[in-house]
Design a protein around this ligand. Structure first.
Ligand code: COA
Ligand code: AMP
Length: 627
């Protein structure tokens, strides 16, 4: 099948298309029903099928003769450690840890929160959950205790799995004290906490609650767990992502649809398959890490690289090229910001020449808009196609891409290429009418979305519907704006809501505003994302102080920066705050964030007719423009 044929079938007869792709997965009970839309707008894929995701990622390869193939290469640029696991070895570790979880009382359907750096134990913990039908929820290490506590309270885990520390280029980050603090803040109390001790900072364990990973594994190895049969529609994981408010959204991924989507997308989009060495330089705390560090490559039988380090500073801007050289990586997936960071340190790409990167066939970039300069630089220095792909935590896999395995096509800089089979992408105007090619609008996906996309929000069906499905009847609202060109190429121009993207990390300005509002001197505030040449966007806060506050604005600014760092985390990269006299509002009191954002980005934007006091905006204009 070529692209056009596959795409046409996937949208005109999705059941036939996905019935075929279901064959890529091993089932306990093969689904007879492919799609159940009886509960629309909720759609369920493969409702009568049963399977185990861990079985598909590990056991089946071992059973089918690939036991000695390398499944995972751990390369830690921050510690110098390197370790490889064959499929058989990874299976042994996963089955042992699954046994540990069962011994700690984790049952099918229970949640396990994983708060870990990029070490093999994080992957082992995820797959161990999948093995026993538990639902993992990985929380990115850069989040502070308060954010972790919110997620612990929402997911209500039976067990939390963590490590004593993570290692950033400039410092060792002690995870365990942050976890202890989060558990103090949370109302939910897990039955146990498992901690992987690392020599860079050993953690103090709490008697009666905390369990040492290595000690537990000693026991687990003599009591490994088998694969539990789960329904295709049972949840595999919950991954929290930033919405427009301070409460993150718990994206629910099911087992069956997800396994099929991973098994189809990895070879067809990324052009890699069993035996290939693949490297997604992301973090298991993000969706890219879930889909393409862990599940996609392993379900396909490939070798996945788990890299603990940065593109620069560990030790230099040649780190990525060293990893490609050493492990003979066929394709690399990272965020444009990582390439921009490398380009800044090594503009001529001279470090590329110090390594043999001849194994590399493709560079995939996603997570934020890929600007044509970065695209061109990477293509020129690496001499391989640079492929943009657009997706979201919600969709779990690309909505738009150049399909390198199915049918590589022309690459147009600035566009992630075409809609991926399964995603019926439409650009709509405010009234819900499809706009002609070249006209910008809200990028939407006609329901049903394909397998592997979000089933709902954890414990909150209503919020799922109100956030994504209620704006345009029958469509999923992506939250991104953009247009399609006459050749069907999509151009994604950015978020239309208050979600921002900082160095490929998705963050909520609403949650930053909630934190800033806690400061006793602040009357009101707005945080917007402003364009940044390195990180794509950076948050910038505008605060109005309460009348009568006499503190030095510089002190308040410092306090606010420290507050956001301690409440949300260093990853928020919140460093800029301006004290202003007033914020522009509508007559009904809504702060005109979009107008502020557009002015800050240097766009000509009309003043909304609903503005309460145009003078406030006029005063703010030079501040927004950084004049
Ligand atoms: N644990 C603890 N702290 C973390 C962390 C983690 N896992 N990840 C980041 N941080 C901290 C950083 O140390 C930094 O702290 P600082 O303010 O004290 O310097 C802060 O959070 C901001 O991090 P970041 O925005 O990543 O900036 P950086 O300057 O450290 O690194 C890049 C810049 C471009 C090298 C880095 O952001 C990067 O590699 N980005 C790619 C992102 C990515 O892969 N996204 C996934 C989508 S594919
Ligand atoms: P996340 O859920 O963290 O993956 O972030 C998803 C958001 O990142 C999307 O809604 C987009 O705003 C942005 N994004 C991801 N990939 C791309 C891309 N290739 N081009 C433009 N924006 C992107």
């Amino acid at each position: 099948m070529d692209y056009r044929e596959a795409y046409q079938q996937s949208v005109s007869d999705p059941e036939a298309f996905w019935a075929t792709q279901a064959g890529l997965v091993d089932w306990f009970r093969k689904p007879k029903q492919i799609l159940d839309s009886s509960g629309a707008p909720f759609h369920r894929w493969f409702p009568d099928g049963t399977l185990n995701t861990c079985y598909n990622a590990l056991d089946r390869h071992v059973i089918k003769g690939a036991a000695e193939r390398t499944a995972l290469i751990y390369d830690s640029a921050v510690t110098g450690n390197k370790r490889s696991y064959t499929y058989a070895q990874l299976l042994t570790e996963v089955a042992a840890f699954a046994g540990v979880l069962q011994n700690l009382g984790v049952e099918q359907g229970d949640r396990v929160v994983i708060y870990m750096p990029m070490i093999p134990e994080a992957v082992i913990a995820m797959l161990a959950c999948a093995r026993i039908g538990a639902v993992h929820s990985v929380v990115f290490g850069g989040f502070a205790p308060h954010e972790l506590a919110i997620r612990i309270d929402d997911a209500a885990p039976t067990v939390v799995v963590s490590a004593s520390c993570g290692i950033e280029p400039s410092r060792v980050i002690e995870y365990k004290p942050m976890l202890d603090k989060a558990l103090e803040l949370a109302t939910h109390v897990p039955a146990a906490v498992v901690v992987k001790q690392r020599p860079q900072a050993e953690a103090t364990l709490v008697e009666g609650r905390d369990v040492d990973w290595d000690v537990a594994m000693h026991v687990g190895r003599s009591d490994p767990a088998g694969c539990v049969e789960v329904k295709a529609t049972d949840p595999l994981y919950v991954l929290y992502t930033s919405g427009t408010t301070g409460k993150p959204k718990g994206i629910v991924r099911d087992n069956g649809g997800h396994a099929v989507a991973m098994a189809w997308s990895f070879p067809n989009i990324y052009g890699c398959d069993a035996g290939d060495v693949w490297w997604a330089a992301s973090d298991v705390g993000w969706v890219v890490g879930h889909s393409y560090i862990v599940y996609g490559p392993l379900i396909s039988g490939a070798t996945t690289v788990l890299y603990e380090g940065k593109p620069v500073g560990t030790p230099d801007a040649g780190a990525f090229w060293r990893v490609i050289d050493e492990h003979r990586v066929k394709a690399l997936f990272t965020a444009p910001t990582a390439i921009r960071a490398i380009k800044k340190e090594d503009p001529d790409g001279s470090l590329v020449a110090e390594h043999d990167i001849s194994s590399l066939e493709t560079l995939f970039l996603a997570g934020e808009r890929l600007d044509p300069d970065t695209w061109a630089w990477a293509g020129e220095k690496l001499g391989v196609p640079v492929v943009d792909n657009w997706w979201q935590t919600e969709t779990g896999w690309p909505i738009a891409s150049n399909l390198r395995g199915l049918e590589p096509m022309e690459i147009k800089p600035g566009s992630p290429s075409v809609a991926v089979p399964g995603f019926d992408v439409r650009v709509l105007d405010g009234a819900g009418t499809e706009v002609p090619p070249g006209t910008e609008g809200a990028i939407c996906i006609k329901l049903p979305m394909p397998p592997g996309t979000l089933a709902t929000l954890w414990g909150d069906d209503d919020r799922y519907v109100s956030s994504y499905l209620s704006t345009f009847d029958g469509f999923y609202l992506s939250g991104d704006g953009g247009y399609v060109d006459p050749d069907g190429y999509l151009y994604v121009m950015g978020r239309t809501d208050d979600v921002i993207n900082v160095a490929g990390h998705r963050l909520s300005t609403g949650s930053m505003e909630e934190v800033i509002s806690q400061h006793p001197a602040v009357a009101e505030c707005a945080v917007i994302g402003v364009a940044d040449p390195m990180k794509g966007q950076l948050p910038r806060g505008f605060v109005v102080l309460k009348s009568g506050v006499e503190a030095d604005p510089d002190d308040i600014r410092e306090e606010l920066v420290a507050l956001v760092r301690s409440e949300i985390g260093a990853v928020a990269a919140f460093k800029e705050v301006v004290v202003v006299g007033g914020l522009p509002k509508t007559r009904s009191g809504k702060i005109l964030r979009r107008t502020m954002r557009e002015i800050a980005d240097g766009k000509e934007t009309p003043v909304p007719s609903t503005i309460e006091d145009e003078g406030v905006l006029d005063t703010l204009r030079p501040v927004l423009r950084g004049e």
